[in-house]
Design a protein around this ligand. Structure first.
Ligand code: SAM
Length: 288
């Protein structure tokens, strides 16, 4: 979250810096919570695709607020491809959630215990090719779901970013296999112009006899038109807008009042640094 001309445009980006969140995404989780009371009774949580860490900050704050006197501190495990600056009380893993080695590492931290809540704000680097972006996003969500089937307690909640593309009903159908209540929610801080939304999957109830497996059978599905879901298999889930609808609009421009603040947590090893270094070495001009 840098300091740029965008400061003048994005109210949630500025509010995040003012309130000490590492990213504007914090408001998305907070606004989803306003609607779904996500953190009630939650003591152990996993934050998938967590960097730079604003959702982990929200989890730390909320789970500690909910803690009763002599209860042990909450357990929060955060995972991302990117390095993330330390956060007190958060166990961090740097890894790819689509790899079974990362999934196994997460599971090992729970030592046989189960999480109450798994959240995933994972997003691939978008290419602008919508079909491709939606496909990769869906694969990320299914990887998150696969990890979730290993570590979520029955009755637990799974929240994940979703792109509402044309194959979204297939994802809803896959989620419905594990969760009787699936809602698509759009927080106020998520731009209307973005196809991003969040699935809130409640009351984890794996099918009888389901054994979680790292082979990820969820992903072994051909997305061709021959497999389009029709009739009763076409799942439509409720859509809920979250957050104060008379509050700040993330698509609107608000004037900058006062000084622009410095970023709270600059990236540790931003991928663009490699690109800048390659550009300085004239690398791109050499590529045929
Ligand atoms: N929720 C975060 C926060 O509040 O600070 C922001 C998450 S950011 C929108 C998306 C993150 O997904 C990026 O940090 C990216 O590195 C991560 N990501 C994308 N693909 C991943 C993968 N395969 N495994 C782990 N992390 C991944």
């Amino acid at each position: 979250m840098g300091k740029s001309s965008k400061d003048k445009r994005d109210i949630y980006y500025r509010l995040a810096k003012e309130q000490g969140w590492r990213a504007r995404s914090a408001f998305k989780l907070l606004q989803i919570d306003e609607e779904f009371d996500l953190f009630k009774g939650v003591h152990k949580a996993v934050d998938l695709c967590a960097a730079p860490g604003s959702w982990s900050q929200v989890l730390t704050k909320k789970l500690n607020e909910n803690r009763v006197n002599d209860e042990s501190p909450p357990k929060i495990v955060a995972v991302d491809l990117q390095a993330m600056a330390p956060l007190e009380g958060v166990i961090q893993i740097q890894g790819d959630i689509t790899k079974s080695s990362t999934a196994e590492q997460i599971i090992s931290y729970f030592e046989g215990e189960l999480a109450d809540l798994v959240v995933c704000d994972g997003a691939p680097d978008v290419t602008g090719l919508h079909d491709m972006d939606e496909y990769i996003q869906a694969q990320l969500l299914l990887s998150a779901l696969n990890i979730t089937t290993h570590i979520l307690r029955p009755g637990g909640t799974f929240v994940a970013k979703i792109f509402r593309g044309k194959d979204v009903t297939l994802l809803y159908a896959q989620l419905k296999v594990f969760f009787p209540v699936v809602t698509c929610s759009k927080p106020r801080s998520s731009r209307n112009s973005s196809i991003e939304a969040f699935v809130v999957c409640q009351n984890y109830t794996p099918p009888e006899g389901y054994t979680p497996t790292m082979a990820n059978p969820l992903m072994d599905f051909s997305y061709g038109p021959e497999n389009e879901l029709l009739g009763v298999n076409r799942v439509i889930v409720p859509f809920v807008a979250c957050g104060d609808l008379s509050g700040f609009d993330s698509d609107k421009t608000y004037p900058l009042e006062g000084e622009s603040l410095d970023p709270l947590q600059p990236p540790i090893s931003a991928p663009y640094k490699t690109a800048i270094s390659l550009k300085q070495q004239n690398f791109y001009n050499k590529v045929p």
